[in-house]
Write a protein of this length. Structure first.
Length: 180
């Protein structure tokens, strides 16, 4: 079935659920895991830097750049620790796991690593962007679904409470007919 499972994680809380799903599949199929994190400014929580308007304040721009460099290094190290933690969890569960952290565009990098590692399956999360948000922000999972060299399993992110409530209100209500 599956021999090599690539699990793409980010630094969000959703990643644990994605990793758990991949680990369950790896245990069930005796597959190896490659745990991947893509360093990208597109990721939620990654350090961002805007130098717009700072051309008039070169000293401040220099300080901002240095602060951003430090924040980025801290971010890289935090994510590497996360990868090590996931690899330890996998090894403790009897699954052979390795990890890699690569810079780049998340969707493209996931597909490139899957191709190079000859993955049978990619397991990744999905934030649930749709409509205008997906058009403006893009969708890593959508890109991977259309460009992956293998099967893809997307683990749905949390559905906001207001959407859940709307769906529950519109769901058919069970009723019982009593005849007299």
């Amino acid at each position: 079935m599956f021999h090599k499972i690539l699990v793409a994680i980010d630094a969000s809380e959703r990643s644990q659920a994605v990793f758990d799903k991949a680990l369950d599949l790896a245990k069930a199929t005796a597959a190896n895991l490659m745990i991947l994190h893509v360093l990208s400014g597109e990721e939620e929580g990654s350090p961002t830097l805007s130098l717009i308007g700072l051309e008039y304040y070169p000293m401040l721009a220099s300080e901002m750049t240095e602060l951003h460099r430090k924040q980025w290094t801290d971010y890289e190290n935090r994510c590497l620790e996360l990868l090590r933690s996931y690899a330890k969890q996998a090894n403790a569960a009897g699954v052979t796991a390795e990890f890699t952290q690569n810079p780049g565009s998340p969707g493209r990098t996931i597909c490139q690593i899957a191709r190079a590692w000859q993955a049978d399956l990619i397991v990744m999360g999905r934030r649930g962007h749709s409509g205008v948000n997906e058009l403006l922000l893009g969708s890593v999972s959508n890109y991977v679904l259309h460009h992956a060299p293998c099967s893809v399993l997307t683990v749905q992110g949390l559905i906001p409470a207001d959407l859940t409530a709307t769906a529950e209100r519109s769901a058919p209500v069970e009723s019982e007919t009593v005849e007299f």
